[in-house]
Design a protein around this ligand. Structure first.
Ligand code: GLU
Length: 448
């Protein structure tokens, strides 16, 4: 059984960076499923920060995952698990893996700066461990409340990262992490490990900004007697200006959706961004997953550019099934389209919403403005239209006749016909549109 998780902190709107983390986990699991594994995708709200966590941010996570087609098998909230965290904290205390500290934030900052000033790594000096009962009492009388740190063993913490290969850290090079704040709240580090153990997470895929956390958390898994999950840390995305800027980084899925970007465009691009492989075009996550391999990801930070989404989008639109499109139109209360219509227009759509434009062009009565010369020319072509119902060959039969009779060819021939029939410079192939429009509309538009 492969169990992955996506653990957003609902303290801001979902953006492309979070979406990518969710997607890489999801595709990893689906890829394993394609190989016959049983899988589960856990969605965990890291909402212990009650001040900054907001329900609208949480709802945006659900909305985004639903839109992307990522279904979770289990939903958990850290805010509802505080009792469990306290229980584990007591266990760690009994094991001697936790100690109380009384420094204020300012005192810690001072110690840190002093070390940095002496060009030493700013590692916490474990003063808390050496406090006598009298000192503790004195602090308590002063009104200080303790915060607690986890004792890191001074040995090697190593793992084979799916993306980074062999990784190794030394405990003595890291500070003992604070696991309970002075106000009794839990920072991210320990609750995450407790949840990963309790929910049976087997694989943790998250940005490389968590690599040092992983080293520390490995010791926590071990201290709690749990198996250590497999880790993968893909490099973070960068934007146009180098680092993923606030603006690029915060590109929200809502904006992209409003611009007509398909969820599968995002999935197909992000599944390969950072590898040396070009995006593959698939119309579902299930079909994309067999092409996904975290081991393909390089160590360099991949460059994310929304323009690439716009470039890829038409190819994804074209790859959609009629059913996918009709399901969406139905959900939006719009009329469904036929297979013939979809086959005719899909090769030319930049976004699915443009279906409505072409539906209107093909099905409603329109007469488009032409200059006099073009109008005179297209009027002459009416009598040359083939008899009977139009099919895919009608256009070539018709235009061959026009060529013969008028001597026009190439753009001089096709451009006025396109303008007269669609009112636009570009669009789907006219040979496909002719049967959709039918004789009556075609004649009316040519006559003007
Ligand atoms: N809430 C954490 C974050 O959004 C989760 C990190 C993790 O995946 O463990 O960075």
């Amino acid at each position: 059984m492969i169990v992955v998780r996506f653990a957003p902190s609902p303290t801001g709107y979902m953006h492309i960076g979070n979406l990518r983390t969710a997607l890489l986990n999801y595709l990893y699991a689906l890829n394993q499923k394609a190989k016959g594994e049983e899988i589960k995708f856990v969605l965990r709200m890291d909402d212990t920060d009650t001040v900054r966590s907001k329900i609208e941010y949480e709802n945006a996570v659900y909305e985004c995952l639903n839109w992307m087609g990522m279904k979770w098998d289990r939903l958990e909230h850290q805010s509802k698990r505080l009792d469990r965290y306290h229980e584990v904290l007591e266990q760690l205390k009994k094991q001697g893996r936790v100690y109380a500290c009384y420094e204020t934030a300012e005192e810690l900052e001072y110690k840190r700066n002093r070390l940095l000033h002496r060009k030493l790594p700013p590692i916490y000096d474990r003063e808390g461990m050496r406090l006598t009962q009298e000192q503790i009492k004195a602090y308590e009388t002063e009104g200080r409340r303790p915060h607690y740190r986890f004792v890191l063993e001074h040995n090697e913490m190593a793992w084979d990262d799916i993306v980074r290969g062999h990784c190794s850290y030394q405990g003595q090079n890291l500070s003992d992490p604070i696991i309970v704040r002075e106000d009794g709240t839990f920072p991210y580090m320990l609750p995450s490990v407790i949840d990963d153990i309790d929910f049976g997470i087997t694989h943790i895929i998250r940005g490389e900004d968590h690599v040092t956390n992983t080293a520390v958390q490995i010791q926590m898994f071990k201290a709690l007697g749990a198996p250590v999950p497999v880790f993968g840390h893909p490099p973070l995305l960068t934007g146009k200006e180098g680092k993923l800027s606030k603006r690029t980084g915060s590109v929200s899925f809502r904006e992209l959706r409003a611009d007509g970007i398909e969820p599968m465009t995002i999935a197909c691009l992000l599944a390969k961004l950072g590898t040396s492989v070009a995006p593959v075009i698939e119309n579902s996550l299930e079909k994309l997953a067999p092409h996904f391999d975290l081991a393909d990801f390089g160590r360099a930070q991949p460059h994310f550019d929304t323009d690439d989404l716009f470039k890829l989008n038409p190819r994804i639109v074209h790859a959609l099934d009629l059913k996918q499109v009709n399901d969406r139109l139905k959900a939006q209360g719009k009329s469904e389209i036929t297979e013939a219509f979809w086959n005719a227009v899909s090769p030319n759509l930049a976004k699915v919403d443009d279906v409505e434009l072409w539906s209107d062009i093909c099905n409603n009565d329109h007469v488009y403005k032409l200059d006099d010369a073009d109008r005179e020319f297209v009027r002459q072509t009416v009598d040359l239209l083939p008899q009977g119902e139009f099919d895919e060959n009608s256009f070539s039969t018709w235009t061959s006749k026009i060529k013969e009779q008028t001597g026009k060819k190439g753009k001089d021939l096709f451009h006025p016909l396109r303008l007269a029939l669609t009112g636009l410079e570009q669009g789907p192939e006219l040979k496909m549109l002719l049967p959709l429009m039918g004789r009556e509309k075609v004649v009316a538009r040519l006559k003007g």
